[in-house]
Design a protein around this ligand. Structure first.
Ligand code: SF4
Ligand code: SF3
Length: 546
């Protein structure tokens, strides 16, 4: 076995990728990611010792969240870049140890993760072979440790986006440090790890609230918006991923250049923010979810900017017009780095766009979204009235991810089969399975309410809590809301843990349950929370409608 990874929904054979990732990640890159996680955990151990004496290192906290985010599925395929990041982490760890030892902190007896060193690529590759997922022998402990780490990866992604907009919270970092340290503690059995898993959900809610505050505080509250899915005749740049700050800088720098900007995949909801509506050259959304990149990049013609996951290893002939920034990376693609003032220079991309043909039209028309919490609250009277009169019988939360597995056509079929008096609440790229179907509206309320990115799943939780308050219910599970969530990568893990923390029960998770849940851990989730996976759309619908 040259690698082992089972962190996403596409894990080979539903158990794990062992030769090469289904996502395209090769064994050396997988090893480098394992080593980065190990480095991050070692740094966490050091920070935990400092915390006991009231010492903190914001630099190391930022390293940790960026390190975790870098290893999320489909973000970074560049082994050398990841190993460089490991080296930076080791240097930072030793610097902090040196400084804090002078303050009386002792690092004696710490786990190897906080002590090991490795300078050459060969040394690091060798070390990587010993620190991966399978280093934990007990399958249940391994399952819980990984469940926590994947939740933390999702948490880190949200924390990085919030940090990019100047928002952070010490309590979230402290929890991450505690949880990462715990995954190296061989004295912890399944019970404390289950408790820690649930606590991870608590901080999941916190980090999502923080990101929501950062996004809405900076760009305003998303509002109902019709997004154009056709094209104009100017040369153009396609921007994808989730980072709104990158988009903002790109829009500022492209203004007046004659180059248009389109969103792809998870950047679509940027159109819902008031702050971006002033840009006349911010034309619309091109294409669909991440896994359609190869064909859609072909017809787009212009350069593409990746701000975050999800990246599909590009065709050779597209590498030249792909630019990566932030935690993303792919060998051969050009990098856009941030300067010391947080500014990214997109001029090379703009100049590149001018030399290329405008996008080829692949569809026309508009799609509607922008139903984040403030917009839904503004419509609350109408929604509540529709529920009271029976015009809306049930809401279906169908948030989450999309992916290339054929079995995901379930979600299109499920949406089509839903009775006309039901409404879909969505967020994340799962929406592309049904957001272009004509599902109509209920008294002016569209039957698909898109809150935004997976990063905006918090909005859906707030909507549920608001309805609970309006209908004066004690239990969120008494609401006419069913949860049929599609997952793919680790941000979905933190969203799931956050929903469990909020007390939501009977979630259907599909198209398959995570490979990293051992049968025993899966049973705990089923017994306590009623989690199950999907079967047939019609059969599931009957069960949901009860
Ligand atoms: Fe396999 Fe998913 Fe890991 Fe990629 S991220 S190697 S597809 S389990
Ligand atoms: Fe999509 Fe990767 Fe999960 Fe953001 S972008 S939801 S899969």
């Amino acid at each position: 076995m040259s690698m082992f990874c089972y962190q996403c929904q596409e894990a080979a054979k539903g158990t794990g990728c062992t030769l090469k990732g289904v996502c395209g990640k090769d064994a050396p890159t997988s090893g480098a990611q394992d080593l980065l996680i190990y480095t991050v955990k070692g740094l966490a151990l050091v920070l935990r010792e400092g915390e006991r004496k009231g010492l903190r290192s914001p630099e190391a906290e930022h390293f940790i969240i960026k390190g975790l985010f870098t290893t999320i599925t489909n973000a970074n395929f560049d082994e050398d870049a990841i190993l460089e990041y490991v080296k930076e982490g080791l240097a930072l760890r030793e610097k902090i140890k040196g400084e804090w030892e002078k303050e009386g902190v002792s690092f004696a007896g710490l786990h190897d993760a906080a002590l090991w060193t490795g300078n050459s690529k060969e040394e690091m590759q060798k070390k990587a072979e010993t620190v991966g997922v399978l280093a934990t022998k007990d399958v249940n402990i391994r399952s819980l440790r990984e469940l926590i780490v994947y939740g933390l990866k999702g948490m880190a992604a949200y924390a990085v986006h919030a940090l990019n907009l100047g928002k952070e919270k010490k309590e979230i970092y402290s929890f991450m440090i505690k949880a990462l340290s715990a995954t190296l503690d061989d004295t912890l059995g399944t019970d404390p790890l289950i408790a820690l898993t649930l606590e991870t959900g608590k901080y999941g809610v916190e980090v999502m609230a923080l990101l929501d505050e950062a996004n809405t505080g900076t760009y305003g509250n998303p509002e109902i918006t019709k997004v154009n899915i056709g094209v104009r005749s100017n040369p153009a740049i396609l921007i994808t991923g989730h980072d709104l700050k990158d988009l903002e800088q790109l829009l500022e720098q492209t203004e007046g250049t004659g180059v248009d900007v389109y969103t792809h995949g998870e950047m679509l909801p940027a159109h819902y923010y008031p702050a971006f509506k002033k840009y006349k050259h911010f034309v619309g959304n091109y294409g669909n979810a991440w896994w359609k990149q190869k064909e859609e990049f072909e017809s787009f013609n212009g350069p593409i900017v990746f701000t975050t996951n999800c990246m599909v290893p590009p065709k050779k002939e597209h590498i030249d017009r792909i630019y990566t920034t932030g935690v993303t990376g792919y060998p051969g693609c050009k990098r856009i780095e941030e300067d010391e003032n947080g500014v990214k220079n997109f001029v090379p991309v703009i100049e590149h766009a001018k030399r290329l043909a405008p996008p080829q039209e692949i569809e026309t028309g508009t799609i509607v979204g922008g139903f984040a919490h403030a917009q839904v609250f503004a419509l609350a009277d109408k929604v509540v009235e529709a529920v009271k009169t029976g015009a809306i019988k049930k809401f279906f939360v169908m948030a989450g991810c999309d992916g290339r597995m054929k079995s995901r056509s379930y979600y299109t079929e499920f949406a089509q089969r839903l009775p006309k008096d039901t409404v879909i609440l969505t967020a994340g790229c799962a929406k592309y399975r049904y957001n272009k179907l004509d599902l109509g509206d209920i008294g002016g309320i569209p039957r698909v309410l898109d809150a935004g990115q997976c990063n905006d799943s918090y909005s859906l939780a707030l909507t549920a809590l608001k309805l609970k308050e309006v209908f004066e219910l004690n239990d969120v599970n008494d609401l006419p809301i069913a949860y049929n969530i599609a997952w793919y990568e680790q941000k979905a893990v933190i969203v799931l843990l956050a929903l469990l923390y909020l007390g939501v029960k009977n979630i259907k998770l599909g198209p398959t349950l995570p490979a990293f849940l051992s049968p025993d851990v899966a049973k705990v989730l089923t017994d306590i929370f009623g989690i199950s996976t999907i079967s047939d759309p019609e059969e599931d619908l009957v069960k949901f409608m009860g």
